[in-house]
Design a protein around this ligand. Structure first.
Ligand code: MLC
Ligand code: AMP
Length: 500
């Protein structure tokens, strides 16, 4: 049997037939009946461009129907799909390409020159958001058959930043992706007559896997949004049944005057994840929409781990129960299981857990415990009935608008600037993004360092979403008796910067 994820998707597509898979601005743009042929031709193109089974294909393109087909075609050709945030700079891209060593890089037409400069031995082709670009030129007529893949063979590598400041590639297999998708299909009751409103980027687990696989394995229609426009989303509530978003999406929708229970009457499921949904935001959305959000918890390395129940209590501020087939346990610093209700670091084991970090066995060993338990770095409590609540993070991580930002990476960029002695980057409450990035920068005595200079100094190096919203210049950072910078004290001191 072929464990290639796309084999399952095509089996569903065959049944769904003439139904629309992707619909954009009210127009069907890709039918299930065409998925086999479209992915087959694109897969043949990838092969013609030199990508062989097991090769990586790095993709940094805008969200478009063609980009969705590209992802599925990469699976079909047996390639390892490596999607990148469109906000990454050329400097960041160079690192990812150097690490992934792809056969092929697909980029936006406007970036072709810059990308060619950092692509090394990889071939560079382009794909525009209008479907133009060299990738689609002279598309072969003859579809490539679905490549034979085992459950442990890699389907994708998703880069996730680390506390060391360097991103690591999480290796996800066809088996990882399929097991998680099938579990969620049952748990969230996906049906062929569902209509997913797709507003997420397709370079992360949430938009690429959780949302798209859910729809694809049900044969459901996807109302395809390239960005997030609350007006357009609320208009689609009349046809849609499922929405997936990060808390920022729900916060913005809650503020919208047209969010009413009547406007949401056709929707059956609102799902939130990727960042903490404050209990207050949960309540306010319910007041506005008449629906209770279902919050779930996951990670790039593991896909989805826990979910609030479909039937039963969706408790605000909790992330629900471990998914069927997924085990979690909570351990203290000494590696001992904590009592119910006590905090500790959540570990996870199951068919969803990734195969390790790409070409980084040490990091892989560090993050796993004996028996295949992966250490998430999230601090959680679990009640006796199994319900999980996330209460903090053991990892130094900021999540803004559902995007992970690792302070270490920003600190390294700032510390390299002239006149900077050291820096501490923290996340503090932000009304729109959940957390906002603040850099507290200690200058070398007498050096002329200011906010504008620091921001200009890192602008070309780090993606815009990672750049601090505020830079505070000080003479020295607070330290404890051990000499460690007291980030908690900084968070307390600057906590009201965006909310006061
Ligand atoms: C945009 N900006 C951000 C940002 N998004 N800054 C910090 N964090 C973010 N997430 C910047 C822009 O560059 C711009 O900068 C300014 O903020 C305002 O932009 P905007 O137009 O308001 O942003 P918008 O395009 O509306 O995007 C906001 C957003 C988007 C929330 C819709 O960030 C988004 O789609 N987030 C979802 C990310 C996601 O998919 N996460 C899942 C990861 S998977 P300026 O100043 O230049 O104008 C995962 C696992 C799991 O975590 O469990 O799911
Ligand atoms: P990423 O590395 O981008 O996959 O992000 C994974 C991290 O996002 C997790 O380790 C959590 O810290 C966080 N996360 C995901 N879902 C939730 C949630 N529902 N509530 C709080 N944090 C979450």
């Amino acid at each position: 049997m072929n464990d290639n994820l796309i084999a399952q998707i095509l089996a569903v597509a065959e049944v769904a037939g003439g139904e629309s898979f992707l619909t954009e601005a009210g127009k069907p743009v890709l039918a299930y009946a065409d998925l086999d042929r479209e992915t087959g031709r694109m897969a043949a193109q990838l092969r013609a461009l030199g990508a062989q089974v097991g090769d990586r294909v790095v993709v940094q393109v805008e969200k478009s129907p063609e980009a969705v087909v590209l992802y599925l075609a990469a699976l079909r050709a047996g390639l390892v799909f490596v999607p990148l945030n469109t906000a990454y700079t050329a400097a960041e891209l160079e690192y990812f390409i150097g690490d992934a060593e792809p056969a092929l890089v697909v980029c936006r037409p406007a970036d072709a020159g810059t990308v060619a400069g950092v692509a090394g031995a990889a071939k560079v082709v382009t794909l525009g958001d209008d479907g133009a670009g060299s990738l689609l030129a002279d598309l072969p007529d003859q579809p490539l058959p679905v490549a034979e893949r085992g459950g442990d063979d890699l389907a994708a590598i998703l880069y996730t930043s680390g506390t060391t400041g360097r991103s690591k590639g999480a290796m996800l297999s066809h088996g990882n992706l399929l097991s998680n998708a099938l579990t969620l299909k049952d748990l969230w009751r996906w049906r062929a007559d569902d209509v997913l409103i797709h507003i997420l980027p397709i370079y992360h687990v949430h938009g690429l896997f959780v949302a798209l696989h859910g729809a694809l394995l049900a044969g459901a229609e996807v109302l395809f949004h390239r960005g997030f426009d609350p007006d357009a989303v609320i208009a689609d509530f009349a046809r849609g049944t499922v929405l997936m978003g990060v808390p920022t999406h729900y916060t913005r929708l809650t503020c919208h005057p047209r969010l009413t229970p009547a406007a949401c009457a056709h929707m059956r499921l609102f799902i939130s994840g990727s960042a903490p949904l404050l209990a207050e935001a949960h309540k306010r959305f319910e007041e506005g929409s008449g629906s209770r959000i279902l919050e779930r918890y996951g990670m790039t390395e593991t896909g989805m781990i826990t979910s609030n129940p479909y039937d039963g209590a969706r408790v605000a501020g909790t992330v629900g129960y471990p998914l069927p087939g997924v085990e979690v346990r909570i351990h203290d610093d000494a590696g001992v299981a904590v009592a119910p209700g006590e905090p500790g670091v959540l570990q996870v084991r199951g068919p969803n857990v990734f195969k390790g970090y790409w070409r980084n066995p040490e990091k892989t060993r560090e993050e796993f415990r004996e028996g295949g338990w992966f250490v998430t770095g999230d601090v959680a409590t679990q009640e006796a009935d199994g319900r999980v609540t996330l209460v903090g993070r053991a990892k130094d991580l900021i999540i803004a608008g559902g995007l992970n930002i690792y302070p270490k990476e920003i600190e390294e960029a700032i510390d390299a600037l002239p006149g900077v002695a050291e820096s501490a980057v923290i996340g503090v409450a932000h009304p729109d993004m959940g957390e906002g990035v603040v850099a507290v920068v200690a200058r070398v005595p007498g050096a002329a360092v200011d906010e504008a200079g620091v921001l200009a100094g890192i602008a070309g190096k780090l993606a815009r979403f990672k750049q601090p919203r505020r830079v505070i210049v000080v003479d020295a950072l607070p330290r404890n008796a051990m000499g460690k910078v007291q980030k908690a004290a900084l968070r307390a001191h600057y906590g009201g910067l965006f909310t006061a």
